[in-house]
Design a protein. Structure first.
Length: 106
């Protein structure tokens, strides 16, 4: 799952009718875990409350910002146009609890 961090919130896009999209619209309490798959290994778990938006301008902006993180600036607009479309949701997660473990091999 691609995401970015904006102003202390975790931001992602997902299909409105996906299992994730339906679950978040039903109950905005979420948990997200990101891990570092190579030594020294680590993880961060974020628990929080999600807000969703279907605003097309916001969808395009967040899809482009997220794409820049994963695909680079040169392809960000391409992926922003592809992913920032009707039927998608912008999901903004406001953390309420963060648990992290770093250097798991130490």
């Amino acid at each position: 799952m691609w995401f970015t961090v904006e102003g202390g919130e975790i931001v992602l896009n997902t299909r409105r009718d996906s299992a994730k999209g339906r679950a978040i619209r039903r109950d905005p309490r979420v948990a997200l875990c990101v891990d570092l798959e190579e030594p020294p290994y680590g993880f961060v778990q974020v628990q929080g409350e999600a807000e969703v938006s279907e605003d097309i301008g916001e969808l395009r902006q967040t899809a482009t910002a997220i794409a820049a993180r994963y695909m680079g600036a040169e392809r960000a607009e391409e992926f922003g146009r592809r992913n920032g479309v009707p039927g998608e949701l912008v999901v903004r997660i406001r953390p309420t609890k963060v648990i992290a473990g770093l250097d798991m091999t130490g």
